[in-house]
Design a protein. Sequence first.
Length: 299
Amino acid sequence: MNTKNSSFFREGFHILWKNFLKIFLYNLLLLLCLAVLVILVLAGTLIITKTGAMGGNFTTGVITVALAGTILVLFFPALITGYQYFFVKLAREEGVSFKTIFAGFKHFWPVWLTYYFTITIISAGVTLFLLPVYIIQMSMVTPLDIPRIIFYFQYLSEKFPDVHPFYFLSTTIFYSFLPYVLLSIAASYYWNSRLFFTGLAALDRKTGPVDAIYYTNNISRGNQLKIFLNLFLPFTMISLLYILLFFIIEKNPAFLISAIVLLILNLFILIPWFCSSTAAAYVYLSGQFDNKPDESIPG
């Protein structure tokens, strides 16, 4: 794989195109497995509600959400990491099979802990970015401002029940929230660019959370802008385009068909393309770092 004269974005497309049939087939099998999992969750809900003392739609909904949430929290990190690792092996031109997608479960707890440690670090980093703005704005708020804002929204919501609350925002309130939005976006991109490959590092190098985070921070150092321009920016723009198309076709008579087409494009084109680009970036950056001579050792 050569990324010296091409972007990760473009290299990811080459990986996708070269292995499209295999990726399409494995994605289809994965969706079938997830469909079976959903059926099992619903079946588990029915069993619990039938044998339990409580019933009703509300209880059924709570149990379904609880079961689905538990499964998601437990197994999603290992599954998504294994799915990304599948593309890493494709980028390295190594042999893959459908079970490669589930490789994260072989290194379950390190991958799981790495995933949630990374989320914690990113959240703390974003909070630190926002803290100065929060302190400045809170120093400018008087004790009566908050009740006035609550009363303002309540009054307008009752007077205009069909109008979205967003349209009630005054210019002052809007601009007071704008710094939080912009800083949140900037901080999220910054920290994600630094720690984006932690799960892959934990699985690929069979290491723990601390080592995976340390390794990822090293391979990303000095490459945050490249990661942003080649991964986050193009796919953010594509995602925004998809959202725009969704709202455009919302009133179209063929809305359902159009929504299904967009969903298929996301599942079989956009998501595999993003994972292929991520794999290209990880393989290139880790290779550059691993092959760099250790300056601390005299040669």
